[in-house]
Design a protein around this ligand. Structure first.
Ligand code: 5AD
Ligand code: SF4
Length: 481
């Protein structure tokens, strides 16, 4: 996504390049502010870098919206900024370390008057300790306090040395009317914040607090506004998006909400991520089956194929129960693409447990898998578990798993050759007449088209060849709309 992303190397599904519309906006916002005038004029300039997941991407859109609405302008280099903000991820140690090494760069290069702020999960997790580790940081702010950022920055400018905003159980982050969305066709929308699931390895319940769902009436109103302003794809977000429980009078379940969003005029695609297997039921599959607007893709993290490890992870389902959810999807009339997350080397994971994860890959036939080495995290129950798997063994298992999944994806993608898919065109590649976008199955497709100006359009393209992470094809003349 054109941002620092800690799992790039481990990821088996395709990762996007920097789409052209992002490059364009980067250039536009850059020219107004030269490095010398960053302290002068208007409310000032800010630089914002995002690490981690889609929730963080979307949070950054909210941060940018809040600051732009207050007269700030965004610049593309820290050098040119009065306020430097890092929206951070702490899901694995490597991600958190990356933030501190980035902050380290400012120990000596920070300019007089520049504000350096840490936002997001590392902020929430480390709190004021960040000031000890990086004394040149003056702002530490968790996701529930982003609306207060302009006031917090103003206080720093008024002479306060340090400021924190670390509440994590308010629903203020839902007020997204001033969000500055990065993509002109696809809009993220948070429907549930936080997580109540307590998986034994995971920091999210600590960094993002308890589950809070947003009222369906407010979600639907925003979807209608987004449709009116030209967005055709909506991506509903939540750490456990399908645990959604409407606090409003309509008391919608997640599947009801999916249908209601799908019925909004002008919306052509609805995606949702991430689903938790425990709350994934037939009602969701029925909704997908009945509404083609609901994309043919479900991301359903399994984490391990061994019931013993799933129990130790406190995932609240067994291998067989997970496979029942997969059967529900495989029984749907429309093929549904399934992707997952897997952790290897959880404490106590034996060779036999790992073999069960490998056999699960074959049994399910995933179209993509994000795989990770287990990383011990502060405050989590698994931190104290015995039988740690040595680092080299985790690496060995990860490599085997990735190799296997690559072979599965190659075979599955090659089986798509000759089929036609609808692609929402995200960008134009440097090669002449070459475009790229995503299918409803969420696969990246590069295709040729003689037409111009198809950015943001829905195009029918036929697959002519495929690699594990990408389909290649050409626009289907017969089916052109
Ligand atoms: N170590 C490794 N991977 C983790 N994940 C979450 N916590 C950890 C951890 N401590 C992975 C899970 C989750 C994804 C977002 O990150 O697979 O689904
Ligand atoms: Fe973390 Fe588990 Fe919640 Fe996902 S469901 S955010 S892995 S605690």
């Amino acid at each position: 996504m054109g941002k620092a992303f800690d799992i790039g190397l481990e990821r088996l599904t395709a990762s996007d390049g920097l789409p052209e519309w992002k490059l364009e906006s980067a250039v536009k916002s850059d020219c107004a502010n030269s490095p010398v005038d960053f302290l002068q004029g208007g409310a000032g300039t800010f630089y914002l870098e995002t690490f981690g997941c889609q929730m963080n991407d979307h949070d950054s859109e909210k941060v940018a919206g809040v600051l732009l609405a207050r007269g700030y302008s965004q610049v593309e280099t820290p050098d040119a900024a009065k306020v430097i903000l890092y929206n951070t991820c702490s899901i694995r140690e490597k991600a958190a370390q990356k933030v501190f090494s980035r902050l380290g760069e400012y120990r000596t290069t920070r300019k007089e008057g520049q504000v350096i702020g840490v936002l997001g999960c590392v902020a929430q997790q480390e709190g004021e300790d960040i000031f000890e580790r990086a004394p040149w940081v003056s702002l530490v702010c968790g996701s529930a306090s982003y609306r207060k950022l302009p006031e917090m920055i103003a206080q720093l400018e008024a002479g306060n040395r340090r400021i924190t905003g670390l509440d994590n159980d308010t629903d203020e982050t839902f007020e997204t009317e001033i969000t500055r969305r990065d993509n002109p066709f696809r809009a993220y929308l948070t429907i549930i914040e936080g997580c109540d699931k307590a998986c034994s390895y995971c920091v999210v319940p600590f960094t993002r607090g308890p589950e809070r769902s947003r009222a369906s009436a407010s979600i639907l109103e925003e979807v209608r506004k987004l449709a009116d302003s030209g967005y055709s794809e909506i991506q509903l977000l939540g750490q456990t998006v399908n645990s959604y429980a409407d606090p409003g009078a309509r008391k919608m379940r997640f599947a009801d909400l999916l249908v209601a969003v799908a019925e909004v005029g002008g919306i052509r695609r609805v995606r949702f991520t991430t689903s938790h297997p425990r709350d994934f039921g037939k009602d969701i599959v029925d909704a997908i089956e009945s509404y083609p607007v609901l994309c043919d893709h479900v991301h359903l993290p399994v984490q391990s194929g061994s019931s013993a490890i799933l129990r130790a992870m406190q995932r609240t389902y067994t291998r067989d129960e997970y496979l029942e959810k997969i059967s529900l999807m495989r029984a749907a009339k429309r093929p549904i693409s399934i992707t997952t997350d897997i952790i290897v080397g959880f404490p106590g994971e034996t060779e036999k447990d790992f073999a069960e994860t490998l056999s699960l890959l074959d049994e399910v036939g995933y179209d993509g898998a994000y795989s990770f080495k287990y990383s011990p995290r502060p405050n989590t129950p698994s931190l104290k578990m015995e039988d740690a798997v040595p680092e080299e063994e985790k690496s060995r298992r990860l490599a085997i798993l990735m190799e296997k999944q690559k072979a599965i994806q190659t075979a599955r993608n090659e089986a798509l050759i000759g089929q036609v898919f609808e692609v929402l065109v995200d960008g134009k590649s440097k090669k002449e007449n070459q475009w790229y976008g995503h299918t409803s199955r969420n696969q990246v497709m590069n295709f040729s088209s003689q037409r111009q100006e198809i950015l943001g359009h829905y195009v029918q393209a036929r697959v002519t060849s495929a690699v594990p992470n990408t389909l290649f094809g050409k626009e289907d003349e017969v089916m052109r709309q």
